[in-house]
Write a protein that binds this ligand. Structure first.
Ligand code: 3PG
Length: 314
């Protein structure tokens, strides 16, 4: 019987699909340092972002036939090395795009009106004083949204931005432009809007709101003090992609200078123990890496993983 260890869990429908195909799916979490031993009894491992599958582990489990990442980012897996050993490595790049894009807008709306401050302070603060402090909100209609990375998630973010009347510009070294369809319920053909790709620096200078949708980078951050200095007064910047894309020290310094209206972070350099200065900052809206955490996305991820593993191992 094919045995799968879903070490970071798997949504029930995906699990049921694999079981219906005759697989045994175990969801009891094995600590990272015991994985090499435990995996000797399995044909495949499913992970999210918590479990890492590095070279040293791969070397110790020659029986492993597949590594499945339920999600997009594969930075927790030594993908090329695993493939060089004949192990199939798959992920689910499309399943969570909408969920991430909607979280991005949850944060943008939050920062535009200071909702993070109200949520933190209303139980203890003075109502009238808080109201006065939050008087300088900003409306998003007509503002320019800069999308760094025009892949699946970036394009989904662009669609929502267009829907609420934002202008969209992008930055993606692999694209000159992308055409984004904006579905309007009740009309037959969706209008298509062309989003142009600029250099990162040019885009940062022009956008009021910036959101990052690129994979983890090796080495230096993408947004450092130099890039933060290019931002418009009162810019908003959102990172739901990967910790380390924005240099956190430079970000805190830029916030202190008062140039940035707000920052949203779903991902952190120090996950799962982010820098407390970020968590407590009044102009930062935070979530604990929950971009893909909707029932809809997790169902799609589970089913897509099941289909792929059944195709590989069935
Ligand atoms: C991804 O790369 O898919 C996201 O960062 C989600 O990570 P998670 O599976 O740990 O929620």
């Amino acid at each position: 019987m094919i045995r799968i260890l879903a070490n970071d869990g798997i949504e029930a429908d995906g699990q049921a699909k694999m079981e219906a195909a005759g697989f045994e799916v175990v969801t009891t979490k094995v600590p990272q340092d015991q994985l090499a031993e435990a995996l000797k009894d399995y044909d495949a491992i499913c992970v999210r972002s918590a479990t890492t599958v590095r070279r040293e582990l791969i070397d110790r489990v020659p029986n492993l036939k597949a590594i499945a990442r339920g999600g997009v980012g594969m930075d927790n897996i030594d993908v090329e090395y695993a493939r060089s050993k004949g192990i199939k490595v798959v992920n689910t790049p499309a399943a969570s795009s909408r969920a991430v894009a909607e979280l991005v807008f949850g944060h943008i709306f939050t920062l535009a009106r200071g909702i993070q401050v109200a949520n933190r302070d209303m139980s203890t603060g003075d109502f009238a004083k808080l109201k006065k402090g939050l008087a300088g909100g900003v409306q998003l209609e007509g503002l320019t949204l800069g999308v760094v990375g025009l892949g699946r998630i970036g394009r989904e973010v662009a669609r929502i931005g267009l829907g609420i009347g934002m202008r969209i510009i992008g930055s993606d070294p692999y694209q000159k432009h992308v055409d984004v369809e904006v579905p309007i319920h009740g009309i037959g053909t969706a209008p298509v809007v062309r989003v142009n790709s600029l250099s990162l620096h040019e885009m940062l200078k022009r956008a009021d709101v910036i959101t990052l949708h690129v994979p983890a980078q090796d080495g230096e951050a993408l947004i450092n003090a130099e890039e933060l200095a290019l931002l418009q007064q009162d810019a908003i910047i959102v990172n739901t992609a990967r910790g380390g894309l924005i240099n956190e020290e430079a970000l805190l310094a830029a916030l202190e200078e008062g140039k940035i209206r707000g920052v949203a972070l779903d991902v952190f350099e120090g996950e799962p123990k982010p820098d407390a200065r970020l968590l407590n900052h009044p102009r930062i809206s935070v979530t604990p890496h929950v971009g893909a955490a909707t029932g809809e996305a997790q169902r799609l991820i589970g089913e897509e993983l099941a289909d792929q593993l059944i195709a590989i191992l069935g």
